[in-house]
Design a protein around this ligand. Structure first.
Ligand code: PNS
Length: 170
């Protein structure tokens, strides 16, 4: 039985380069289920991100300012280690389409093997965001396309500025 004297902390790990409306929808829904939700940005030296970890955290903070029980953090190494350190007992992942499932299930099994106490909870991505990814957003922005229906408001100007630094701000 869950120990309801203790708050249930969920950790939502990912790259968030940058946060999309799909991510934000998952965060908003997770924050209705769990007492606290930690959005954990992985420091991954193998990837060349568009935004630094600090910038990504700032964009998440701005985008989730209406959710007081949500906090953006950074981590390196294993997700389950980060969860242990932060007192989180649940890992959140969004599932967009069937092809996500294979990798997500493998990751959930791996994390279960690494830590018996931590449960992975999948939230089904809303249908309207099932095609959406940070990579797609970056590709559209790099070609000068509109991203205003794909990312939270604070990200729009930042990504346009990052892709086209010489344009005057809108
Ligand atoms: O947004 P992403 O890139 O799909 O997130 C992937 C992430 C960060 C959840 C995953 O790569 C991860 O958990 N990395 C940390 C290393 C780790 O814990 N590996 C074991 C589980 S596969």
């Amino acid at each position: 039985m869950a120990d309801r004297d203790r708050p249930i902390i969920a950790l939502y790990p990912g790259s968030f380069d940058p946060i999309t409306l799909g991510h934000l929808d998952i965060i908003e829904r997770a924050s209705k289920v769990f007492d606290r939700t930690l959005v954990a940005v992985l420091q991954n030296p193998k990837k060349e991100p568009l935004f630094t970890v600090e910038e990504r955290i700032h964009l998440i903070e701005q985008s989730t300012a209406h959710l007081p029980q949500v906090e953006a953090i950074t981590f390196s190494g294993l997700t389950v280690e980060c969860a242990h350190q932060r007192g989180a007992t649940v890992l959140i992942r969004g599932l967009r389409v069937m092809s996500d499932f294979e990798f997500e299930l493998q990751m959930a099994h791996t994390n279960k093997t690494l830590s018996e106490e931590i449960e992975t909870v999948f939230l089904a991505t809303r249908n309207e965001y099932s095609f959406l990814s940070s990579s797609l957003v970056k590709e559209i922005a790099r070609f000068g396309g509109p991203v205003d229906r794909l990312v939270p408001e604070p990200v729009i100007a930042e990504i346009q500025q990052r892709c086209f630094p010489n344009l005057p701000p809108a």
